[in-house]
Design a protein around this ligand. Structure first.
Ligand SMILES: [Fe+2]
Length: 140
C-alpha cells in the first residue's frame, strides 16, 4: 500500500511538472510542428511515439460551456491500468485545475471552472499509469 501511495504521489508530481513545462512545448511546436521538444516523454494526437494507436484512449477530450470546462479521457479504469491525473494549465504555466483519480473511479472525467471571461490557449494533460503523459493544446 505504501508503494502504491508513493507511486501515485510521484506520478502526480511528474504530471504537474510536465504540465508546467507545457507552454515551452507549445512555443517550440509552433516552430517545428512535427515533433515535440520532449519526444518519448510527452505524447499528442500527432506524436504518439511508442504508443502509436493509443491517442483515442489517452488524449483528453475537452468541452467548454460558459466558464465550465469538462475533460474526459476515454480510458478503462482498472486496478492495473488507469488514468492517474488530469491537469489544465494556461499559457503562462498557471495551474487552473487538477484531479487525481483512483482506479476504482468509473470514469476519468474532471470539471474545472475557468476564470470569468477567460479566453486564450490552454493545455489539458492526462497521465496513464502504463502509457505515460498525454497533452492536448486548445483555445477557449
Ligand atoms: Fe493507458
Amino acid at each position: 500500500m505504501k508503494n502504491r501511495r508513493n507511486f501515485l504521489k510521484n506520478s502526480a508530481l511528474l504530471a504537474t511538472g510536465l504540465a508546467v513545462s507545457a507552454p515551452l512545448l507549445a512555443k517550440s511546436e509552433s516552430v517545428n510542428s512535427k515533433s515535440p521538444d520532449f519526444p518519448g516523454i510527452i505524447f499528442t494526437q500527432k506524436e504518439q511515439g511508442r504508443w502509436e494507436g493509443k491517442a483515442g484512449s489517452h488524449v483528453p477530450v475537452v468541452t467548454v460551456k460558459g466558464n465550465m470546462l469538462t475533460m474526459q479521457t476515454f480510458h478503462p479504469m482498472t486496478e492495473e491500468h488507469y488514468i492517474v491525473r488530469h491537469t489544465v494549465v494556461d499559457k503562462n504555466g498557471k495551474l487552473l485545475g487538477a484531479k487525481t483519480f483512483h482506479p476504482t473511479d468509473v470514469r476519468a472525467i474532471s470539471t474545472i471552472e475557468l476564470p470569468n471571461g477567460f479566453h486564450g490557449k490552454l493545455y489539458a494533460t492526462s497521465f496513464c499509469n502504463k502509457h505515460d503523459f498525454w497533452l492536448k493544446e486548445f483555445s477557449v
